[in-house]
Design a protein around this ligand. Structure first.
Ligand code: PLP
Length: 628
């Protein structure tokens, strides 16, 4: 049977090159046609006469030479497109979006504002709406809360922006109270509360406060603006409101390092990034609940909680449902879900009408997926206050494209930055404001080409199980197959080496650890695994063809492991972790994104996943052999 994904990729061998090349050529010509037909009567500024002159020919020759040198150097790039690449979160790209992005770049739209991108700002908003619906947010004017979203350069900036919005909204009630004190007017008695109480309003209550302020006279609104942290700065704000210096963001140690950057950037400080204990690479819900109770007892507010839907290192998913359920019990916080990695996985859970498919129906296609835990976390995404999605990971578009989605758009105007030359404002209705994403985004100029790439991909493969979800399913199948092969391999190798998966895979990323029999030293075990990693790592000076497979690695710090994790790993790897002769456990890490991992390497040969398992065995034998 024909493979339904076959039209969508250039292919490891360039199988679809005919279409790719022909379409690019056609669209480049079409672009030139467009240039020529904008005032065709004008004399061409570069005349044919010049094209025969020496300086021109010299310039063209130099350009060619430089481009050839560049493309020669680029042959040292990492072959992400190939099913022998199992390393980081990248694979071959979806061809429709790739062509769309390359061609749109010729038109160079800047999505900072429609004036500079009359076409692609609309596409960006449509892409954000598609993502929002896939995640369970409402884009329907008749169904509040109504979501808003836009594209970013990636997950880092999306996280920054979500936290920025969370902080802005969290501190807003204090600014309103300051304005009330200043003017001696109290439009709502609740504003007389203490700082801790005002820092513990729900997101909806804070958003309601915005409407209350909007209904006040101009002097009151001006006083609020003058008191906001964005105006006075965090230092001055904290003098009036000392509790602000203890405003914590709770995140597991498995959260991406961009959260530390965000804390630094917002002036909150890394010390206020409080670690939520994990177990099995996921937030431990009971420990999380205790942490909240302790903070509530000490009257310490929580700005935001970060749950990870697909951790970067282990692919594990936090219990988003639990994080959502505990809001307001007793502390209110902004719940952000960092789904930079897993953000497109929910496409597998949506039917063509956008409804959440029952778990049994999804499970019918897989051996293990989706666990009850994964299903509940997916269903609960709709309850998160904001979500980060990286299109340049499981969205299969080129780098430089992520998205931030906000569940209730009412707070978003708090981020607005006006600039007379960019955002020409007149009287505008509420909807018109939200059609200018550049007004709220952290970044200014942004590539409309990225929006076009996502847009075309989502048109040819809508974000549901029958379309885009097939790509995700492919990736999950490959993961399940690798899991089975590794389980078999662990049995086969057990007389000589212990092989264990430190955390049960949730979706499509697998890590493993190794330890030679008889050894209990962590350092020694790590040295063995590191040697295997080195045989599949990118080495800039080595031709990529010399590598059989590419993988990646990570280290779990021992301090990050729960007592249960430790006991399990000690037993399965027969290690003595109490000796602690190394800081963490070194792991091989595999991202299974390529859609062709389960095709045979050659006729009658095993598929790439099995081929990889065999390769591991070969490498291990070589490393373990005397003198190896
Ligand atoms: C990749 C990733 C990020 C960072 O995204 P960039 O696009 O690299 O900026 C943040 N969080 C998670 C969970 C990620 O996997």
């Amino acid at each position: 049977m024909a493979d339904p994904l076959s039209p969508w990729f250039v292919g490891a061998y360039g199988e679809n090159n005919d279409f790719f090349e022909r379409t690019l050529l056609e669209l480049v010509r079409d672009h030139v046609f467009w240039r020529r037909n904008f005032h065709p009567d004008d004399q061409p500024p570069i005349t044919t006469r010049e094209q025969h002159g020496a300086p021109f020919l010299d310039g063209i020759a130099r350009t060619r030479q430089e481009l050839h040198q560049l493309t020669a150097k680029l042959k040292h790039s990492v072959p992400f497109f190939h099913p022998r690449y199992l390393g980081h979160m990248v694979s071959d790209l979806l061809m429709p979006g790739l062509i769309a992005q390359l061609i749109t770049t010729l038109y160079n739209p800047n999505n900072v504002v429609e004036e500079a991108a009359p076409v692609t700002v609309k596409l960006e908003l449509e892409v954000a709406a598609q993502l929002a619906r896939m995640l369970g947010y409402s884009m329907d004017p008749a169904h509040a809360p109504r979501a808003f979203g836009h594209l970013t350069s990636g997950g880092t900036v999306a996280n920054d922006e979500a936290l920025w919005l969370a902080r802005t909204l969290k501190l807003y009630p204090l600014a309103v109270r300051d304005a009330c004190e200043h003017l001696g007017r109290w439009p709502d008695a609740r504003l007389r509360g203490e700082d801790f109480e005002l820092l513990n309003l729900s997101v909806a209550e804070s958003a309601d406060l915005l409407a209350l302020v909007a209904a006040q006279p101009p002097d009151f609104r001006a006083a609020v603006e003058a008191a906001r942290v964005e105006q006075v700065g965090l230092a001055a704000f904290a003098v009036r409101h000392p509790l602000v210096t203890r405003l914590a963001v709770l995140a597991p140690a498995t959260a991406h390092y961009s959260w530390k950057k965000a804390m630094k950037l917002l002036g909150l400080g890394v010390d206020q990034l409080v670690e939520v204990p994990t177990c099995g690479g996921r937030i431990d819900p009971e420990a999380f609940a205790r942490l909240l109770e302790d903070r509530a007892a000490a009257r310490l507010p929580v700005l935001a909680v970060v749950g990870v839907y697909g951790t970067t290192e282990f692919g594990t998913l936090d219990a988003i449902d639990e994080l959502a359920r505990l809001r307001g019990r007793p502390l209110h916080y902004w719940l952000h879900v960092d789904a930079a990695w897993g953000g497109y996985v929910p496409s597998l859970f949506r039917d063509e009408r956008g409804a959440l498919r029952p778990r049994e129906e999804v499970a019918g296609e897989f051996a293990y997926f989706p666990s009850e835990r994964v299903y509940r976390a997916t269903a609960a995404l709709a309850d998160a206050d904001s979500i980060t999605v990286d299109a340049h990971k499981l969205g299969f578009v080129p780098f430089g494209c992520g998205a931030v989605l906000i569940r209730d758009r009412r707070a978003v105007p708090l981020l607005a930055q006006d600039a007379a030359y960019v955002f020409v404002s007149g009287e505008e209705d509420d909807d018109a404001r939200f059609r200018k994403p550049g007004r709220f985004s952290l970044e200014g100029s942004r590539p409309g080409a990225a929006a076009a790439g996502c847009y075309v991909n989502h048109r040819v493969l809508p974000l549901d199980a029958a379309h885009f979800g097939r790509l995700i399913a492919r990736s999950v199948h490959a993961c399940e197959k690798l899991f089975d092969h590794l389980t078999a391999l662990a049995r086969e190798l057990s007389p000589t080496v212990a092989l264990a998966l430190p955390f049960e895979p949730d979706c499509n990323l697998v890590c493993l650890a190794l330890n030679p029999r008889g050894n209990t030293s962590l350092r020694h075990a790590n040295a063995l695994t590191r040697r295997l990693y080195e045989a599949m790592a990118v080495q800039p000076e080595l031709p990529v063809q010399l590598r059989t497979f590419f993988g990646s690695c990570t280290t779990v710090p021992l301090a990050q492991l729960s007592a249960r994790d430790r006991a399990r790993l000690e037993a399965s790897l027969q290690l003595d972790l109490s000796a602690a002769d190394d800081d963490g456990l070194f792991l091989l890490r595999h991202t299974l994104m390529n859609p062709w991992l389960l095709t045979p390497q050659a006729e009658g040969e095993p598929d790439y996943v099995e081929g990889y398992a065999r390769h591991l065995t070969t490498l291990l034998k070589a490393v373990l052999s005397p003198g190896g």
